[in-house]
Write a protein that binds this ligand. Structure first.
Ligand SMILES: *Cc1c(COP(=O)(O)O)cnc(C)c1O
Length: 421
C-alpha cells in the first residue's frame, strides 16, 4: 500500500495559504533515503552521489541533498548555474551535444567533465585545455541484460550516448598524453530499473572495462560512475528496492574484479535522480468537475503540464483521495486534467472512493512525483506551472517555488501594440 506523507489536516492548512495545484516534498523522507544510500555504499571510501539536477531543479531540495553529502550532476548551462548558486563545488557535468559555452562554464567552475564523445576531446582541448580530472561515458552497444535469461532492459546500441569500447581506450591514451591525471568512466544503460541486479551487473561490466583500460591504455581509473537508473516502484502492491542489497551486490563485483587488478582505491560515484526524490514528492490537486458520458470522469485542477509522465509514458501514478484512505474504492473513474489532449489523464478506469467536486471538492494526492515531475512541466494550452512546497522535518511548510502567473507566461512576448514587421 502507498501511504501519503501528509494528512488532510496538514493539506487544509497549506491550501489556505497556497492554492492547488502544487508539488509537495517531504524533507524527512529525502534525508532518510539519502542517508541509507550512503550507508549502503560506505564500504567504498570515495563513494559520492551526484544528484541528477534535472530530476528536481530546486535550490531548497538541492541544499538538503548537499547537507546529506551529495554533489550535483548537471547537463546544461542553466543546471551548472543552479549548482553554482547553491554553492556547490562538487559537480559532475554529464552532458551530450554540448555547446562550447557549456564546456567553458563547466571548466571554469571546476566541474568534472564527463565527455560524451570521442570528438569532444579535441573540442574541449581547443576551448579550455584538458583538465587534470576527466571522465568518459561508455556505450556498450548491443542489448543490455542483467543476466543471460533476463529480459532486455535497454538497447545501448540504439542510444546516442557515449564512446565505443575501442574509442574509449584510444580516448584515454590521448587524454593521458594531453596531461590529464585522474580518470573516470561512466555509463547509463537503463532507466527506472526494477531489479536489484542493475547496478551490480553494470558495475561488473564497468570494472572489467577499467581493468582493460589499465592494461591497454596504461591509465588507472580513479572513479567508476554508475550514473542513474535505479528505479522506484510506482505501483502500490510492490515493495521498493533494497539499496543495501544493491550496495552489497556492487561490493561483491568490486572485490572480485578490482581488488586482483590493484584497483581497490577506485571510488564509486552515482548520479541518481529518480531514486533520490520520486517517492518524496506528491502532486496535490483539487477535484473540480464531474462528468458522466460513456465513462465517469473526475476533472482536476492539475494537468499533464504539472506531471507529464502518464501522458508521455502511460506511466502509473497511485492516487489517494485525502481523508478517504479507508473508504471503499467502489467507483471507477478516469482522472483528467483540462488540456485539449485526450492523453491528459492521471488515471484511466481507476477504482477510487466516490469523489466530491467543486469549490470544496476532494483533494487528490498523486504519488511519486518528486522526480521528473515539476521539472518536466510545460505551458501547453497556456497552463501555468505550479508552485513547489516543502514539508519540513518539523511539520511546517515552506513555499520553495511560487506558482507562475499569467504575466510570467507572457513575459517573452511583445504587446507594445506595434505589430508591423
Ligand atoms: C537522467 C540522468 C540521470 C538520472 O537518472 P534517474 O533515472 O533519474 O536516476 C543521471 N545521469 C544522467 C547523465 C542522466 O541523463
Amino acid at each position: 500500500m502507498k501511504t501519503p506523507f501528509v494528512t488532510l489536516e496538514q493539506l487544509h492548512k497549506i491550501i489556505k495559504e497556497h492554492p492547488t495545484p502544487f508539488h509537495l516534498y517531504d524533507e524527512r523522507g529525502i534525508r532518510e533515503n539519502a542517508r541509507n544510500l550512503h550507508k549502503a555504499f560506505s564500504w567504498n571510501k570515495g563513494f559520492r552521489e551526484y544528484f541528477a539536477v534535472k530530476a528536481t531543479p530546486n535550490p531548497y531540495i538541492m541544499r538538503i541533498l548537499q547537507e546529506e553529502g551529495c554533489g550535483f550532476d548537471c547537463a546544461s548551462y542553466a543546471e551548472l548555474v543552479l549548482a553554482e548558486k547553491v554553492g556547490s563545488k562538487d559537480v559532475m557535468f554529464s552532458s551530450n551535444v554540448t555547446p562550447d559555452e557549456d564546456f567553458i562554464l563547466a571548466y571554469n567552475n571546476g566541474a568534472i567533465i564527463n565527455l560524451d564523445d570521442f570528438t569532444h576531446i579535441e573540442i574541449l582541448d581547443k576551448l579550455c585545455g584538458i583538465p587534470e580530472v576527466i571522465s568518459c561515458r561508455y556505450n556498450s552497444g548491443g542489448d543490455f541484460k542483467t543476466d543471460e535469461t533476463g529480459n532486455v532492459m535497454d538497447v545501448p546500441g540504439e542510444a546516442k550516448y557515449g564512446f565505443t569500447r575501442a574509442q574509449i581506450i584510444d580516448g584515454f591514451k590521448i587524454l593521458k598524453a594531453k596531461g590529464a591525471k585522474r580518470f573516470g568512466i561512466h555509463a547509463f544503460l537503463a532507466s527506472n530499473t526494477q531489479t536489484e541486479d542493475y547496478y551490480p551487473v553494470l558495475a561488473g561490466m564497468m570494472f572489467e572495462l577499467a581493468v582493460e583500460i589499465k592494461e591497454k591504455a596504461g591509465v588507472e581509473i580513479s572513479f567508476v560512475n554508475l550514473s542513474g537508473g535505479v528505479g522506484v516502484n510506482y505501483l502500490p502492491d510492490k515493495s521498493s528496492q533494497d539499496i543495501f542489497k544493491i550496495g552489497q551486490g556492487v561490493k561483491a563485483q568490486f572485490e572480485r574484479i578490482m581488488h586482483p587488478a590493484g584497483l581497490e582505491n577506485c571510488a564509486i560515484y552515482t548520479e541518481l535522480g529518480r531514486y533520490m526524490l520520486a517517492p518524496y514528492g506528491h502532486l496535490i490537486t483539487k477535484a473540480l468537475r464531474y462528468k458522466n458520458i460513456y465513462r465517469e470522469y473526475i476533472g482536476v485542477d492539475a494537468c499533464a503540464c504539472d506531471l507529464m509522465r502518464p501522458a508521455l509514458y502511460k506511466a502509473y501514478h497511485h492516487i489517494t483521495v485525502a481523508g478517504k484512505e479507508n473508504a471503499p474504492h467502489d467507483k471507477v473513474y478516469d482522472v483528467t486534467g483540462g488540456l485539449c489532449e485526450n492523453n491528459d489523464k492521471f488515471a484511466i478506469q481507476r477504482p477510487l472512493p466516490e469523489i466530491k467536486v467543486g469549490e470544496n471538492g476532494d483533494i487528490l494526492i498523486i504519488h511519486d512525483t518528486g522526480a521528473h515531475g515539476h521539472s518536466m512541466g510545460y505551458n501547453y494550452n497556456g497552463k501555468l506551472r505550479s508552485a513547489e512546497i516543502l514539508l519540513t522535518e518539523n511539520g511546517r511548510f515552506k513555499l520553495i517555488r511560487r506558482a507562475e502567473t499569467v504575466a510570467d507566461y507572457f513575459r517573452t512576448l511583445d504587446f507594445s501594440g506595434d505589430y508591423r514587421f
